[in-house]
Design a protein around this ligand. Structure first.
Ligand SMILES: [Ca+2]
Ligand SMILES: [Ca+2]
Ligand SMILES: [Ca+2]
Length: 145
Protein backbone atom coordinates (compact mmCIF):
# COMPACT_ATOMS: atom_id res chain seq x y z
CA UNK A 1 0.00 0.00 0.00
CA UNK A 2 2.59 2.52 -1.07
CA UNK A 3 0.26 4.38 -3.42
CA UNK A 4 0.07 7.32 -1.05
CA UNK A 5 3.82 7.84 -1.33
CA UNK A 6 3.38 9.20 -4.84
CA UNK A 7 1.39 12.17 -3.61
CA UNK A 8 3.36 15.37 -3.34
CA UNK A 9 1.16 17.19 -0.86
CA UNK A 10 0.96 15.91 2.72
CA UNK A 11 -2.70 16.86 3.03
CA UNK A 12 -3.61 14.88 -0.07
CA UNK A 13 -1.47 12.00 1.07
CA UNK A 14 -3.28 11.92 4.38
CA UNK A 15 -6.61 12.02 2.61
CA UNK A 16 -5.65 9.18 0.30
CA UNK A 17 -4.31 7.08 3.16
CA UNK A 18 -7.56 7.64 4.96
CA UNK A 19 -9.52 6.60 1.90
CA UNK A 20 -7.48 3.46 1.37
CA UNK A 21 -7.83 2.45 4.99
CA UNK A 22 -11.48 3.46 5.02
CA UNK A 23 -12.25 1.21 2.08
CA UNK A 24 -10.89 -1.81 3.90
CA UNK A 25 -12.03 -1.04 7.40
CA UNK A 26 -15.31 0.38 6.20
CA UNK A 27 -17.66 2.70 8.03
CA UNK A 28 -20.86 2.17 6.06
CA UNK A 29 -23.29 -0.32 7.61
CA UNK A 30 -23.36 -2.58 4.57
CA UNK A 31 -19.60 -2.95 4.61
CA UNK A 32 -17.54 -5.11 6.86
CA UNK A 33 -16.28 -2.98 9.67
CA UNK A 34 -13.15 -3.27 11.72
CA UNK A 35 -15.48 -4.66 14.38
CA UNK A 36 -16.41 -7.53 12.08
CA UNK A 37 -12.79 -8.29 11.37
CA UNK A 38 -11.93 -8.09 15.06
CA UNK A 39 -14.30 -11.00 15.72
CA UNK A 40 -11.68 -13.25 14.17
CA UNK A 41 -8.93 -13.89 16.73
CA UNK A 42 -6.33 -13.91 13.93
CA UNK A 43 -6.68 -11.66 10.88
CA UNK A 44 -3.20 -11.56 9.37
CA UNK A 45 -2.20 -12.09 6.60
CA UNK A 46 -5.50 -12.42 4.73
CA UNK A 47 -7.27 -9.42 6.28
CA UNK A 48 -10.08 -8.38 3.90
CA UNK A 49 -9.38 -11.37 1.66
CA UNK A 50 -10.53 -13.79 4.36
CA UNK A 51 -14.11 -12.75 3.61
CA UNK A 52 -13.92 -10.82 0.34
CA UNK A 53 -12.81 -11.55 -3.19
CA UNK A 54 -11.10 -8.17 -3.40
CA UNK A 55 -8.06 -7.07 -1.42
CA UNK A 56 -9.54 -3.60 -0.96
CA UNK A 57 -13.29 -4.10 -1.07
CA UNK A 58 -15.34 -0.99 -1.66
CA UNK A 59 -19.06 -0.45 -1.89
CA UNK A 60 -19.14 -1.72 -5.49
CA UNK A 61 -16.57 -4.48 -5.13
CA UNK A 62 -17.38 -5.94 -1.73
CA UNK A 63 -18.23 -9.37 -3.11
CA UNK A 64 -17.99 -12.01 -0.44
CA UNK A 65 -16.15 -15.28 -0.83
CA UNK A 66 -17.74 -18.48 0.46
CA UNK A 67 -16.43 -17.94 3.98
CA UNK A 68 -17.67 -14.35 3.94
CA UNK A 69 -21.14 -15.62 3.02
CA UNK A 70 -21.06 -18.17 5.83
CA UNK A 71 -19.86 -15.50 8.26
CA UNK A 72 -22.73 -13.24 7.21
CA UNK A 73 -25.25 -16.10 7.47
CA UNK A 74 -23.89 -16.87 10.93
CA UNK A 75 -25.00 -13.44 12.10
CA UNK A 76 -21.54 -11.94 11.50
CA UNK A 77 -20.25 -13.96 14.43
CA UNK A 78 -17.17 -16.12 14.74
CA UNK A 79 -18.07 -19.13 16.88
CA UNK A 80 -17.63 -22.89 17.16
CA UNK A 81 -20.36 -23.53 14.57
CA UNK A 82 -18.53 -21.52 11.96
CA UNK A 83 -15.18 -22.98 13.02
CA UNK A 84 -16.46 -26.50 12.37
CA UNK A 85 -17.57 -25.73 8.82
CA UNK A 86 -15.34 -26.09 5.79
CA UNK A 87 -16.72 -23.16 3.83
CA UNK A 88 -14.46 -23.50 0.82
CA UNK A 89 -14.52 -27.31 0.80
CA UNK A 90 -10.75 -27.78 0.67
CA UNK A 91 -10.67 -30.28 3.52
CA UNK A 92 -9.48 -27.82 6.19
CA UNK A 93 -12.05 -26.65 8.68
CA UNK A 94 -12.54 -22.91 8.98
CA UNK A 95 -11.20 -23.02 12.52
CA UNK A 96 -7.94 -24.59 11.41
CA UNK A 97 -7.52 -22.10 8.59
CA UNK A 98 -8.31 -19.10 10.76
CA UNK A 99 -6.10 -20.36 13.60
CA UNK A 100 -8.81 -20.87 16.22
CA UNK A 101 -9.70 -24.56 15.95
CA UNK A 102 -12.48 -24.55 18.53
CA UNK A 103 -13.91 -21.19 17.51
CA UNK A 104 -13.98 -19.75 21.01
CA UNK A 105 -12.44 -16.48 19.90
CA UNK A 106 -8.97 -17.23 21.21
CA UNK A 107 -6.22 -18.16 18.79
CA UNK A 108 -4.67 -21.59 19.02
CA UNK A 109 -1.68 -21.62 21.32
CA UNK A 110 1.16 -21.28 18.85
CA UNK A 111 -0.67 -19.33 16.14
CA UNK A 112 -0.31 -15.68 15.23
CA UNK A 113 -1.19 -15.92 11.53
CA UNK A 114 -4.04 -17.57 9.68
CA UNK A 115 -2.86 -20.96 8.47
CA UNK A 116 -4.87 -20.73 5.28
CA UNK A 117 -7.63 -18.67 3.76
CA UNK A 118 -11.03 -20.00 4.91
CA UNK A 119 -12.63 -18.59 1.76
CA UNK A 120 -10.18 -19.85 -0.85
CA UNK A 121 -10.15 -23.57 -1.76
CA UNK A 122 -6.72 -25.13 -1.81
CA UNK A 123 -5.27 -22.41 0.35
CA UNK A 124 -5.26 -24.64 3.37
CA UNK A 125 -2.12 -24.35 5.41
CA UNK A 126 -0.84 -26.80 7.97
CA UNK A 127 -2.71 -25.32 10.87
CA UNK A 128 -2.17 -26.00 14.51
CA UNK A 129 -2.90 -29.44 15.86
CA UNK A 130 -3.42 -28.25 19.40
CA UNK A 131 -5.90 -25.68 20.60
CA UNK A 132 -4.85 -23.08 23.12
CA UNK A 133 -6.04 -25.09 26.15
CA UNK A 134 -3.98 -28.11 25.19
CA UNK A 135 -1.09 -25.78 24.41
CA UNK A 136 -1.32 -24.16 27.84
CA UNK A 137 -1.47 -27.58 29.47
CA UNK A 138 1.62 -28.70 27.56
CA UNK A 139 3.48 -25.53 28.46
CA UNK A 140 2.50 -25.92 32.10
CA UNK A 141 3.88 -29.46 32.08
CA UNK A 142 7.24 -28.26 30.81
CA UNK A 143 7.29 -25.15 32.98
CA UNK A 144 6.56 -27.29 36.04
CA UNK A 145 9.71 -29.36 35.65
CA1 LIG B 1 -11.50 -24.82 4.23
CA1 LIG C 1 -9.53 -21.28 20.43
CA1 LIG D 1 -8.93 -22.60 2.37
Amino acid sequence: MNVAGQWRFPALRGLMTGLVLGVCLGAAPAQATQADMDKLPVTSPNLCLACHTSESPGAGTADLNVFGVDFLNNGRMWDSNLAQLDSDGDGCLNGVEVGDSDGDGYADGNVDEQAGNPGVPGNCGSGSLVDEKTWDALKAMFDGR
